[in-house]
Design a protein around this ligand. Structure first.
Ligand code: F6R
Length: 368
């Protein structure tokens, strides 16, 4: 059932072009109008939403962090992202006009389930983004967007994450459409870009050998850092989580702007640092990321740079360079996370770890 792959995780990484395509299937009519029939909340109800809170854990929380950038930009609805296990204990402000989005691949994560029960008791509406039909979280929600990734067996989430991102983009665009914050042609432009994502993900997967070579080169490393900005920041966090859970090594993700406020002290000779560079079109973000890369390299870091095709501004500062397809900034997480998944999978394999069943972890965490 692993189709010739050594791990389910590796198989699932390579299934992502199809998973991403399936997550979008049948959800727009080709004229740029989205139809999310499963969102059983009336357009009137969606128009009154004045705050969105996305709850989830681990990788699902990082998908939520990406979603915040897109949803706020497209809809102008304030959007918070919170770890599900922290949510109800701080007495969050919830009203009938709060839309709580429960992000859960399995649909069984107890922390997330308890968070939505709390939200519903306060009268808020809950929309689940979930990969498992008929699981508990969608059953207890007012609406659901299924991610259609197919069963995810590897404990570390990969295609689950990519399809969560797609579902978030669709939700954001749908809200923008219903509320009129973006005009039809802008929505269809983003949908056109989204439609290219399966091919873009494949383009990244086609570089897998180079990423495996990189993992071989860093097989002895005990610590890895990840830097990103904007929607690339959650990807830095996700890259670090994948390494922690699979390779059992110290890994941390930072917003690149935070470096000078402390973490730059960690940089030492030879430390591998993955750097997710925003698209060149975003000048103000891009140039700041380039200077962050220059600074850590001047202090001895071994920079592994993920930058879009044609971006020559970073070649002088990249010890290793991974090329990403040209995509809009808000969609870049979909392609940027893939090399990080491949790296973690390969490094853990080289270290002799069980990639599908990392120590101490379970696929769905059904206790709080
Ligand atoms: C990491 C991972 C976990 C899950 C988290 C939430 O690779 O898989 O961090 O993302 O336990 O799981 P779900 O999405 O099933 O609620």
């Amino acid at each position: 059932e692993k189709d010739g792959y050594d791990w389910f995780m590796r198989k699932e990484i390579f299934e992502q072009p199809r998973a991403v395509a399936d997550a979008m299937l049948g959800r727009h009519d080709g004229t740029g109008k989205l139809q999310l029939d499963e969102v059983r909340l009336s357009e009137d109800e969606l128009r009154t939403v004045d705050k969105i809170i996305i709850v989830g854990c681990g990788t699902a929380n990082y998908a939520g962090l990406v979603a915040k950038y897109a949803i706020e930009h497209w809809t102008r609805i304030p959007c918070e992202v919170e770890l599900a296990h922290e949510f109800r204990y701080r007495d969050p402000i919830l009203t009938r006009d709060t839309l709580v989005v429960a992000m859960s691949q399995s649909g069984e994560t107890a922390d997330t389930l308890m968070a939505i029960r709390h939200a519903r008791l306060q009268g808020s509406r809950v929309l689940a983004i979930c990969n498992t039909n008929g699981s508990t979280i969608p059953r207890e929600s007012d609406a659901v967007i299924y991610t259609h990734a197919g069963p995810e067996i590897g404990v570390a989430s990969t295609k689950g994450f990519l399809t969560q991102l797609i579902a978030c983009y669709l939700l954001g665009l749908y809200l923008a459409q219903v509320r009129g914050t973006k005009f039809g042609d802008e929505i269809s432009q983003v949908l056109d870009e989204l439609a290219k994502m399966p091919d873009h993900v494949q383009t990244v997967l086609d570089q897998s050998q180079a990423i495996y070579d990189l993992a071989a080169q860093h097989a002895e490393t005990r610590s890895v850092l990840f830097l990103g900005r904007h929607a690339g920041f959650p990807i830095a966090l996700e890259g670090a989580l994948k390494l922690k859970e699979l390779a059992y090594i110290h890994a941390e993700g930072f917003a690149a702007g935070e470096l000078k406020h402390g973490p730059i002290a960690l940089i030492e000779e030879g430390l591998p640092v993955f750097c997710v560079v925003p698209p060149e079109g975003r000048d103000e973000l891009h140039s700041k990321m380039v200077s962050a890369i220059q600074e850590i390299r001047a202090r001895g870091a071994h920079t592994i740079v993920l930058a879009e095709e044609g971006d020559e501004s970073i070649t002088a500062y990249a010890d290793d360079l991974i090329r990403l397809p040209k995509v809009p900034t808000l969609l870049q997480p979909v392609v940027a996370v893939v090399p990080l998944q491949l790296f973690a999978c390969e490094l853990a394999t080289r270290m002799g770890h069980d990639v599908d069943q990392p120590r101490n972890l379970a696929k769905s965490v059904t206790v709080e």
